[in-house]
Design a protein around this ligand. Structure first.
Ligand SMILES: Cc1cc2nc3c(=O)[nH]c(=O)nc-3n(C[C@H](O)[C@H](O)[C@H](O)COP(=O)(O)OP(=O)(O)OC[C@H]3O[C@@H](n4cnc5c(N)ncnc54)[C@H](O)[C@@H]3O)c2cc1C
Length: 420
């Protein structure tokens, strides 16, 4: 019944296609590509053939312009079959958003139609060895040289690195500026000096490569500077992450649902004490909790994605952080309980449930760790509490006026803000 509430016909159509591809091309190869640590090209071609890469590309550039909610629904279906492939799909949106949000018309015409057709995969290069949660501390530089930039340095943790053709690379273009230090520049595969140096050996999501990308005096035309104006990179990165977080959260919902589905089928078949283990109350409690959490996460994601589609993209930071943090914590909890329900079999790599467990962990780490998401949420809450001043009459007199904007103001030394 819920399908009829907020979803467009297009979103439902794309979701159905994603489910079909997940069943036919993703789930059957999940174990193999995980073991080999190889990209699932067969599934990627099927996704391209079904037009699913068009989901997040605007109509003017060959996409469906279906919006963030549709993107979340597609990602969820793919991740349900293989969380790693869910990432492999969603990271294309992450890498494309800087161009969609900040690119010039010429840049959009140049790259987006290829992405929409699935001819070119995309990667997002923000993180570095010494700049993770604190993304403002980037060291990769892009120095002006006539009509070109010369890029130097290394990026860490580039998902899709090596298989992608288009890389949105965040570089320091003005080391002296505080607010306009960073710019995003597109580097295309094959540009001399641009190489993949280390392919990471990961705990989970092993079907998608995560690599170090090295830039050894890489000469890139200024026409590749996203937006054509230097100094906009940090803003574009933050806007991109806000827009992409519902996608990570959707991966988490898919991962949780996939683990729950397997646990249910197992619990109905596994007999102990002469009865299916699903008849035991403690197992039922686990299953019920897993289902409740997954459903709650799903609707948090849909509400956030829906808000973006309704034009609230710039105000969605808190909701996106909540969706990402909550859904990924749920994915980890549900995958852990699913392993528990499988008992000893759950601990074996012979069965896919162990992979759900390994795959879930990264969701709490990338695209902003869950500690960072909680900081973002708390910062918004504390700021918004200014609008709750009418409730001040209901707190003890002793505390009145002791705190303002989360800052303690009564002591001689000004206390630190609760969250930076
Ligand atoms: C598999 C994988 C794929 C990735 N893909 C990409 C990608 O495609 N593109 C990209 O740019 N990046 C990517 N990343 C990078 C990812 O986003 C970062 O790993 C993440 O943001 C955390 O940064 P870090 O690893 O440097 O950890 P750190 O920032 O060093 O954090 C270490 C720990 O300290 C905590 N911490 C840090 N600061 C604070 C604080 N102020 N308050 C409280 N706790 C804090 C963190 O929560 C964490 O628990 C990927 C990472 C992995 C592992």
């Amino acid at each position: 019944m819920r399908e009829n509430i907020i979803f467009t016909d297009l979103a439902k159509e794309l979701q159905a296609k994603a489910r079909e591809i997940a069943d036919k091309h993703v789930r059957p190869g999940a174990k193999k590509y995980d073991e080999l640590q190889e990209y699932n090209w067969e599934a990627a071609r099927a996704v391209a053939g079904a037009g699913l890469f068009r989901t997040f590309i605007p109509k003017e550039y060959g996409g469906h312009g279906a919006g963030i909610l549709a993107l979340a629904m597609v990602t969820e279906e793919l991740a349900k079959a293989d969380s790693g492939f869910g990432v492999a799909f969603a990271v294309n949106a992450l890498g494309s958003f800087p161009i969609i949000l900040g690119g010039t018309e010429e840049q959009k015409q140049r790259w987006l139609p290829h992405i929409a057709r699935g001819e070119k995969l995309v990667a997002f290069c923000l993180s570095e060895k010494f700049a993770g949660s604190d993304a403002s501390g980037l060291a990769v530089t892009a120095e002006e040289d006539g009509d070109h930039y010369i890029i130097r340095g290394e990026k860490k943790w580039t998902t899709n690195g090596g298989v992608a053709d288009i890389y949105s690379v965040f570089c320091v273009t003005d080391p002296t500026s505080k607010s306009r230090r960073i710019s995003a520049i597109v580097v295309e595969k094959g540009t001399p000096g641009f190489t993949v140096k280390k392919v990471e050996n990961k705990m989970g999501i092993r079907c998608v490569p995560v690599v170090e990308t090295h830039f050894d005096n890489v000469r890139v035309p200024k026409a590749n500077l996203i937006g054509g104006k230097p100094g906009m990179g940090f803003k574009h990165a933050m806007m991109t992450l806000d827009l992409a977080r519902p996608g990570v959260a959707a991966q988490a919902v898919g991962a949780a649902q996939g683990a729950l589905d397997l646990a249910l089928v197992y619990a109905n078949r596994r007999q102990q004490f002469g009865a299916p283990i699903s008849s035991f109350q403690m197992v039922q409690k686990m299953l019920a909790d897993m289902a409740m959490k997954t459903e709650a996460a799903r609707w948090l994601v849909y509400a956030c994605a829906g808000a973006v589609d309704q034009g609230a993209a710039e105000k969605v930071s808190k909701q996106a952080a909540m969706a990402k943090c909550f859904a990924s914590d749920v994915a980890m909890e549900v995958a852990t309980d699913a392993v528990q329900i499988f008992g000893g079999y759950g601990f074996m790599e012979d069965y896919p449930i162990a992979k759900f467990f390994r795959d879930a962990k990264i969701l709490q780490i990338y695209e902003g760790t869950n500690q960072v998401q909680r900081m973002v949420i708390a910062r918004h809450l504390i700021r918004e509490a200014n609008e709750l001043e009418h409730l001040a009459a209901y707190i003890p007199n002793e505390v009145q006026n002791t705190y303002r904007d989360g800052v303690q103001i009564t002591h001689s030394r000004k206390a630190e803000p609760v969250q930076r």
